[in-house]
Design a binder for this molecule. Structure first.
Ligand code: AGP
Length: 601
């Protein structure tokens, strides 16, 4: 996902915009650039300068600061994650028009760029790049800002400067996030509010269709009235603290993240769950007879666990769907269904598209979202925020725990009998989960040793049953993402239907064999694997005296109710993936080819 930054005010614009781009680095990018008004100390603003580089931001920093860089008044900047045209300097943003009067950066995709480009070529425009973005700046040159926007089909967040208007930055948002930072006689633009943490205390989360202009005297936004809101992201949260990587910091935030999700919502002593964000849909929820859960990636795996939670605790049939598949199906959603959209970023294009489809068919749409004010949060009728704080690491870790916490709360909230033995047990145990995660984190060195021991392997199979099947899937995804190792998550019962053919001494199995209703079945799996010489790393329950006879290595986790096991059992798997990638020397916060928020389809 691309990153956009902008600044206009009394300070030097370039360092501020560059610093904002630094904070957007985690989103993944392959090139970057800035455009700024050159300011002379005596004679004032003198034209626009553009600098673009390929690769890491260090290259851009070298290019704009090492030379005697001109002072900058208003400035815009961009980190590009290539969608149209390879990563190179020409395709990097900003792009400009034929006369070099208009300079534009963009996040999103212009779906009809080919036909627009044809139209502009016929009108005599000439293009330098292969990007869809460059079409936008020529469109503005040909038709003007407002009319050009109307001709675009797709998603955009634009920041634009005009050579002839030195103290203005124009912007527009449709489908891709863009936030205005409101300072004291200074204004910012960023693709993500976390990049403004520490710079401003008030922001405007632009809504789709909103556009306007920032100037030294203030801002104008239309066509709908902008809402200035507090930015409650503590800068500290957006920094690593004393951890080497955001990913490790965020794994260690697990206990606090679960507490934040439960705070003010879970009251076991009163058999009560309060979810203010669902109150507005309370009447409709009473009529719901089915839940469709729709999401991607890690959020899909938390949704898979959610499917079991809703069926067991709410006694509602539930079905999980991959958002990227749901949107192409005829109409899988049953009547009297509510659709639950799970998304950490709240900007995932596939999930948003599925949401628009479900919404257009009149289903009640609910969100489980971390990013306040994000597109999915705004587009759903009601929902529950995770309150997990910014997740900077590209691989989702704390968000997964938070999603499981919220889904457990929702399944209890929708339960018809909160006084049942099971509901009471789950409520009580939910409160104890943060302390149990802490016990696991205290043994992180043991997991680091296990990662070292298994570092030589190139393939893994992660096995689990019941609530631990989604855990196995998520564990496998983590090591794929972070250590670029091939790993498959599989239902234990499926081993005999094929994958067991893979097992030999070079094919380790990570098996979740905690003591629950499927323990004996998992033990049988291990016996079959052992007989074929496969190395076994087991996640087992503290006090299990049996597992050590079968597994080559065991990591013990505290006992909990089966409904909440994923919240504990995933933690050693997250750490295992983290240490695996870190020991290989990979960039665990920004893994290759990945973006934090996949806003392209
Ligand atoms: C998680 O580790 C991945 N980076 C990715 O699968 C992610 O979960 C997926 O893209 C969905 O993102 P969302 O939760 O922001 O919608």
């Amino acid at each position: 996902m691309c990153g956009i930054a902008g600044y206009i005010g009394k300070k030097e614009g370039l360092p501020i915009v560059f610093g904002t781009l630094r904070k957007l680095e985690y989103r993944g990018y392959d090139s970057a650039g800035v455009a700024y008004f050159v300011k002379r100390r005596k004679s004032g603003v003198k034209g626009v300068k553009v600098v673009k580089t390929v690769g890491k931001l260090d290259n851009l920093e070298q290019a704009i600061f090492d030379k005697k860089s001109s002072l900058a008044a208003a400035a815009i900047g961009h980190t590009r994650w290539a969608t149209h045209g390879p990563p190179n300097e020409i395709n990097a943003h900003p792009h400009w028009d034929c006369k070099k009067e208009i300079f534009l950066v963009h996040n999103g995709i212009i779906e009809n760029y080919k036909e627009l480009k044809e139209e502009l070529l016929k009108a005599g425009h000439h293009f330098r790049s292969q990007t869809d973005t460059e079409v936008a700046v020529h469109l503005i040159e040909e038709y003007g800002f407002e009319k050009a926007l109307k001709k675009i089909v797709g998603a955009y967040a634009f920041a634009i400067i005009y050579r002839k208007e030195p103290n203005k930055i124009y912007f527009a948002r449709l489908g891709s996030p863009l936030v205005v930072g409101v300072g004291q006689e200074e204004y910012y633009l960023a693709s993500d509010p976390t990049a403004l943490a520490g710079l401003v205390k008030r922001v405007i989360y632009l809504k789709d269709g909103q556009r306007g202009v920032l100037s030294l005297g203030g801002f104008k936004i239309g066509p709908t009235r902008p809402k200035v809101e507090p930015l409650d992201i503590d800068p500290e949260q957006a920094r690593k603290g004393d951890f080497p990587h955001f990913m490790l910091k965020e794994i260690f935030e697990g206990p606090e993240v679960v507490r934040s999700a439960l705070r003010g919502r879970l009251f076991p002593e009163r058999n009560l769950v309060k979810l203010g964000g669902l109150e507005s849909a309370a009447d409709k929820l009473k009529k719901i007879r089915r839940l469709e859960i729709i999401s991607c990636g890690t959020s899909y795996y938390s949704g898979l666990a959610g499917e079991l939670l809703f069926e067991e605790l709410s006694e509602l049939p539930a079905e999980i769907h991959l958002a990227s598949e749901y949107r192409y199906r005829k109409d899988p959603t049953q009547k009297r269904a509510a659709c639950v959209f799970i998304s950490q970023s709240g900007e995932t294009a596939d999930t948003l598209a599925a949401l628009k489809k479900a919404g257009s068919r009149g289903y009640l749409t609910l969100g489980v979202v971390n990013a306040v004010g994000s597109s999915i949060a705004r587009a759903t009728e009601a929902g529950v925020y995770n309150h997990a704080g910014p997740e900077i690491g590209v691989a989702s870790t704390k968000a997964f725990l938070s999603q499981l916490s919220v889904l457990a709360l929702m399944s209890l909230f929708l339960s018809k009998n909160k006084k049942s033995k099971t509901a009471k047990e789950v409520m009580r145990e939910l409160s104890a989960i943060p302390g149990k995660i802490k016990l696991i984190l205290a043994q992180s060195d043991k997991i680091k040793e296990l990662a070292k021991k298994y570092l030589k392997y190139k393939n893994f199979l992660y096995l689990g049953r019941g609530y631990n099947y989604p855990t196995a899937l998520e564990g496998a995804l983590k090591i794929k993402e972070i250590a670029y190792v091939h790993a498959e998550g599989y239902a234990g019962g499926e081993m005999k239907h094929g994958p067991i053919a893979l097992v030999d001494k070079n094919f380790p199995i990570v098996a979740i064999v905690t003591q629950n209703g499927v323990y004996e079945k998992m033990i049988s799996n291990l016996e079959e694997i052992k007989a074929r010489g496969g190395p076994i790393l087991a996640i087992a329950t503290v006090g299990d005296k049996n597992i050590g006879k079968l597994a080559d290595d065991v990591f013990y986790v505290p006992k909990t109710v089966r409904q909440l096991e994923p919240m504990l059992n995933v933690v050693p798997l997250q750490l295992f993936a983290y240490y695996f990638g870190a020991l290989k020397g990979y960039d665990v916060d920004k893994p290759r080819n990945l973006a934090k928020s996949v806003t392209v389809e």
